[in-house]
Design a binder for this molecule. Structure first.
Ligand SMILES: Nc1ncnc2c1ncn2[C@@H]1O[C@H](COP(=O)(O)OP(=O)(O)OP(=O)(O)O)[C@@H](O)[C@H]1O
Ligand SMILES: [Mg+2]
Length: 650
C-alpha cells in the first residue's frame, strides 16, 4: 500500500489549472446551494454597506448638530447609529445561517462521492495508495473545502466588494486624501502576490505530509501486533515522530509566511494611516476640508481595516481549499477501469462452466511506472473447468495463483484474452450479478466488526435482512448448512452465538476460526462458481479433513477452483492445473500429474514443506501444541521487553 514518490511527483508536476478554474470544479457540489450562497453574499454586502454608512451619519453629526449644539438632532442621530449597529449584527447572523447549509451539504456530498469512488476503484488502485492519504483526503481536505466555501469564499467576495465601495468613498470624501491613502496602500498588493506564490507550494506539501502522518498512525495501529512482537514499537514511534516533525516544520514555515504577510500588511496600513492623517490635519487647518469629513474619512478607513487585514488570511484559506480540492480530485479523477458493461447480459441459469481463454495479465496496466519492461505475469492461460468439476490450482509461490483467482470476480480485469462463465464473457455481465454467482474466500480472511451472522451473510443482503418469515427461515437453514460445512460450529459456543460481535470492539478469533467463517461466507451464497484461495491453510489436520469431507458435498454440485498448497487439498479436486511461468503447464488428475510431470512433483514437494504424516495425526498435533507454547512464551518475553523499552525510552 504505497503511493510511490514517482507517482506523487508526477501528480505534482502535471499542469495545474489556475486557482479560479481549480475551485470552479466545486460547481457540481454547490449546484443546489447557489440561491443560499448568493443570498448570503447579498446579505453580507448589505452588512458592509450598513457598516460603511455609519461614517456618513457620523460626519453629519460632527458637522451638523455637534457644531450647532442642537440636542433635538443629536439624539435621533445617535439612535440612528445604534440602529445601524443592530442591523449590521442581524445581517451577520443571517449570513451565517444562510451559508451554513451549502457548506455542510458540499461536505456531505463530497465525502459520499469519494467514498463511493473508492469502493468502485479497482483493487490495483488500493494496492498503490496509502490508506492514510485517502483518509486525510476524505476527512481533513473536505473539511478545508467546506470552511472555505461557507466562510472564506463568502468573506473574500464581500471584502473585495467592501474594499471597492470603501476606496470609492475615500475618494468621494476627499480626492487628495483618498489618493494619498491608496498610494501608500498599493505595496500591499505586491506583498499579497508574493505571499500567494510562496504559500501555494507550502500548503500542498503540508496537506501531503498530514496524509503521511495519518498513514503512519493507520499502519502502526493496524500492525500493532507485529510491531510489538518484533520489539519494533520504538521504530514505529520514530517513524511517526519523523513524519510529524516534518509536518510541524512545514506548518512552522507556513505560519511564518502568514506572519510576515500580516506584519507587512499591518505596517503598511499604519504607514498609510499616519501619512494620510498628517495630510488630513494639514488640509483641515487650511480649511480645505471640514472636520466632519476628516472624521468620516478615518472612520471609513477604520471600517476597511478588517477587510484589508483579512485578505491575507482569506487568501491562505483559498489556497488551502484549492490544494485540498486538487488532492480530492487526484483521487476522483482516477478512472474506474473495471467498468460495467454498456449492454449487460445475464448469465444463463445453467451450470457454471468456467473457461480461461488465452488470459493475459500484468499489474502495470493499472498505472505502475516500471510498466514497459516487465513481462506479463499471466501469458496466455488456457483452462477449462467443467460444470460441477473441482479444479485445484497449484504452482510455485508467487507464480500468480491469487492473481488468477482475483480475475474471476473482476477484482482486476484481464489485460488480454477473456474469461467465460457458461460461454458469457464476464465483462459483459453486471458486476453485482457476477459477484453473486462467483463466490470467493481469500487467503487472509478479512472479517468486519459486526456480528458473526452479518459477516457470514455478507454476500446475501437479502437473507441478512429478511423481509418475511419464509426468507428468515431460509436464511437460518443456509446459515446452519454453511457453518456445518465450514466446520465453524464454534460460533454457537461464542457468548452471544451468531449475534456475537467480532472485530475491533468485539471478540478476537483465531486464524483458523476466521478462515472457517470466511469459507462459510463463500458457501452460503450458493454460488455457481466457488473460488477458494488456499482456504484451509490455517487449519490443523483434523479440522482440515473434516472441512474437506464436508466441502466434497458442496463441491459435487458447484464448479470450483481451489488454490492449493497441500497435497491434502489437492486430493479434494477432480483435476489439478499446474500454473508455471504464466501458463498452465499441465492439467490432469493428481495421480496422472505425479506420474508424468517432474515439475508437478517438485511443486507439490516444495509446497508441503511442513512434515505431514497423515497416519500419525495425534503425534503431530502434540508437536504443534508444544511449539505453540514455546512461541507464546517467546512472545510474552518480547512483549515484556519491549514494554520495558518503552518505559525507558523517553
Ligand atoms: N498488487 C500488485 N501489484 C504488483 N504486483 C503484484 C501485486 N500483487 C501481486 N503482485 C506480484 O504478482 C506475482 C504473483 O502474485 P500472487 O499473489 O498471484 O502469487 P501466488 O501464486 O498467489 O503466490 P502464493 O502462493 O505465495 O500465494 C508476485 O510476483 C507478486 O509480487
Ligand atoms: Mg496466493
Amino acid at each position: 500500500m504505497t503511493m510511490t514518490g514517482a507517482v506523487r511527483d508526477a501528480q505534482a508536476n502535471t499542469e495545474r489549472p489556475r486557482t479560479i478554474a481549480a475551485l470552479a470544479r466545486l460547481h457540481p457540489y454547490v449546484k443546489g446551494s447557489y440561491t443560499r450562497l448568493i443570498l448570503g453574499i447579498i446579505d453580507a454586502i448589505a452588512g458592509a454597506i450598513v457598516a460603511l454608512s455609519i461614517p456618513v451619519v457620523l460626519s453629519w453629526i460632527v458637522d451638523g448638530p455637534l457644531t450647532t449644539n442642537d440636542p433635538n438632532q443629536i439624539f435621533p442621530a445617535v439612535g440612528l447609529i445604534a440602529g445601524l449597529g443592530v442591523l449590521e449584527a442581524i445581517l451577520v447572523a443571517l449570513r451565517r445561517w444562510l451559508v451554513l447549509k451549502p457548506g455542510t451539504h458540499v461536505d456531505g456530498a463530497m465525502r459520499a462521492d469519494i467514498h463511493n469512488h473508492l469502493q468502485r476503484l479497482p483493487v490495483s488502485f488500493h494496492d498503490k495508495w496509502q490508506s492514510g492519504q485517502l483518509l486525510s483526503r476524505a476527512m481533513s481536505d473536505v473539511s478545508t473545502v467546506r470552511r472555505w466555501l461557507s466562510f472564506g469564499f463568502v468573506m473574500l467576495t464581500v471584502n473585495v466588494i467592501t474594499l471597492l465601495i470603501g476606496f470609492t468613498m475615500l475618494f468621494v470624501w476627499n480626492p487628495v486624501l483618498g489618493s494619498v491613502f491608496t498610494l501608500c496602500a498599493l505595496p500591499m498588493f505586491y506583498f499579497g502576490i508574493r505571499f500567494d506564490l510562496r504559500y501555494r507550494k507550502l500548503s500542498r506539501s503540508g496537506q501531503d505530509q498530514a496524509g503521511d502522518v495519518a498513514t503512519a498512525v493507520e499502519e502502526s495501529v493496524h500492525g500493532i501486533r507485529v510491531l510489538k512482537s518484533f520489539g519494533r514499537s520504538a521504530y514505529a514511534i520514530d517513524n511517526f515522530t519523523d513524519r510529524a516533525t516534518r509536518l510541524r516544520a512545514t506548518e512552522l514555515v507556513k505560519g511564518k509566511a502568514s506572519g510576515t504577510l500580516a506584519l507587512s500588511l499591518t505596517a503598511l496600513q499604519a504607514f498609510a494611516y499616519a501619512t494620510s492623517l498628517l495630510v488630513g490635519i494639514y488640509l483641515a487647518s487650511t480649511g480645505a476640508i471640514s472636520v466632519g469629513t476628516l472624521f468620516a474619512f478615518f472612520t471609513t478607513v477604520a471600517v476597511l481595516r478588517w477587510p484589508i487585514d483579512s485578505i491575507g488570511f482569506l487568501m491562505q484559506l483559498t489556497i488551502d481549499a484549492r490544494n485540498a480540492l486538487d488532492r480530492f480530485f487526484d483521487v476522483m479523477n482516477v478512472p474506474v477501469r473495471v467498468r460495467e458493461a454498456d449492454n449487460p447480459v445475464s448469465l444463463p441459469a445453467a451450470s457454471g462452466a468456467l473457461v480461461f481463454d488465452n488470459v493475459h495479465f500484468r499489474f502495470d496496466d493499472a498505472g505502475e511506472t516500471r510498466a514497459a519492461t516487465t513481462p506479463d505475469l499471466l501469458r496466455g492461460v488456457n483452462l477449462e473447468v467443467r460444470p460441477g468439476e473441482t479444479m485445484a490450482l497449484v504452482g510455485l509461490t508467487g507464480c500468480g495463483k491469487t492473481t488468477l483467482t482475483a480475475l474471476t470476480t473482476r477484482l482486476y480485469d484481464v489485460t488480454g484474452g477473456r474469461i467465460l462463465i457458461d460461454g458469457v464473457d464476464i465483462r459483459d455481465v453486471r458486476l453485482e450479478e457476477l459477484r453473486t454467482r462467483v463466490s470467493m474466500a481469500f487467503e487472509d480472511a478479512t472479517l468486519f466488526s459486526t456480528t458473526v451472522r452479518e459477516n457470514v451473510l455478507l454476500g446475501r443482503p437479502d437473507l441478512a435482512n429478511p423481509v418475511d418469515e419464509m426468507t428468515r427461515e431460509r436464511a437460518e437453514t443456509l446459515l446452519a448448512q454453511a457453518i456445518d460445512i465450514a466446520q465453524a460450529e464454534f460460533v454457537y459456543q461464542l457468548p452471544d452465538g451468531l449475534e456475537t460481535k467480532i472485530g475491533e470492539e468485539g471478540l478476537s478469533l483465531s486464524g483458523g476460526q476466521r478462515q472457517r467463517l470466511a469459507l462459510a461466507r463463500a458457501i452460503v451464497t450458493q454460488p455457481a462458481v466457488l473460488v477458494l484461495d488456499d482456504p484451509l491453510s490455517a487449519l490443523d489436520v483434523t479440522t482440515e479433513q473434516l472441512v474437506e469431507a464436508a466441502l466434497r458435498r458442496v463441491l459435487a454440485t458447484t464448479t470450483a477452483l481451489i488454490v492449493a498448497h497441500r497435497p491434502s487439498t489437492v486430493m479434494l479436486a477432480d483435476r489439478v492445473a499446474l500454473l508455471h511461468d504464466g501458463v498452465i503447464a499441465d492439467v490432469g488428475t493428481h495421480t496422472e500429474l505425479l506420474a508424468r510431470s517432474a515439475l508437478y512433483r517438485h511443486v507439490i514437494s516444495s509446497e508441503s514443506d511442513e512434515p505431514r504424516i497423515l497416519e500419525n495425526v495425534d503425534d503431530e498435533r502434540e508437536l504443534d501444541v508444544a511449539t505453540g507454547v514455546d512461541e507464546l512464551r517467546a512472545v510474552d518475553h518480547h512483549d515484556l521487553d519491549s514494554d520495558r523499552d518503552e518505559v525507558v525510552a523517553p
